[in-house]
Design a protein around this ligand. Structure first.
Ligand SMILES: Nc1ccn([C@@H]2O[C@H](COP(=O)(O)O)[C@@H](O)[C@H]2O)c(=O)n1
Ligand SMILES: C[C@@]1(CO)OP(=O)(O)OP(=O)(O)OC[C@H]1O
Length: 158
């Protein structure tokens, strides 16, 4: 078994879509990034790569490379998962948390779990997604950005 941890932050910006966990969420602002800035999927991918000591997403998908400009983070997760399978591992389980004052994530959590489970070729029951505010404290509390954390456990195929 291998475990990994991931953490990411993206700042809010005008004229950007808000995409979290592969779900487009209606909000006054979106997150800024070279890709679609899906902070949750970035934390999950870093946790997966970390579990296999393969570095981080910046190493695999440099933000200086035009081919990743505006790219869907679901596509990048699918690519990371192909690496996992090529190394002979499968999903044990993953858990994650979105740290955001607003918007409300609860109505979108099931859709996020489905998207992540599909990309990682596992059951929805192996994928945890939660959300919390920081009670208006800090940069997330001031609605300057959103953070996400993830942990993953991978199991070696028999
Ligand atoms: N952006 C968010 C933040 C929180 N939630 C849900 O609300 C619950 C209460 O949040 P607290 O920070 O006050 O503990 C939390 O457990 C989430 O279910 C949310 O949907 N979206
Ligand atoms: C996802 C990538 C892709 O270029 O770009 P960003 O959306 O800027 O995201 P970040 O977490 O800052 O860096 C990782 C990059 O790999």
């Amino acid at each position: 078994m291998r475990i990994g941890i991931g953490y990411d932050v993206h700042r809010f910006a005008d004229n950007r879509e808000l995409i979290i966990g592969g779900v487009k969420i209606e909000h006054k602002q979106g997150l800024l990034g070279h890709s679609d800035a899906d902070v949750l999927l970035h934390a999950i991918k870093d946790a997966i790569l970390g579990a296999l000591a393969l570095g981080d997403i910046g190493k695999h998908f440099p933000d200086t490379d035009e081919k990743y400009k505006g790219i869907s983070s679901v596509k990048l997760l699918e690519h990371v998962w192909e690496l996992v399978e090529s190394k002979g591992y499968q999903m044990g389980n993953l858990d994650s948390i979105i740290i955001a004052e607003k918007p409300k994530m609860a109505p979108h959590i099931e859709a996020m779990r489905e998207i992540i489970a599909k990309a990682c070729r596992c059951e929805i029951g192996q994928v945890g997604v939660k959300a919390t505010t920081t009670e208006r404290l800090g940069f997330t509390g001031r609605e300057e950005g959103i953070a996400a954390q993830a942990v993953v456990m991978l199991e070696k195929n028999c």
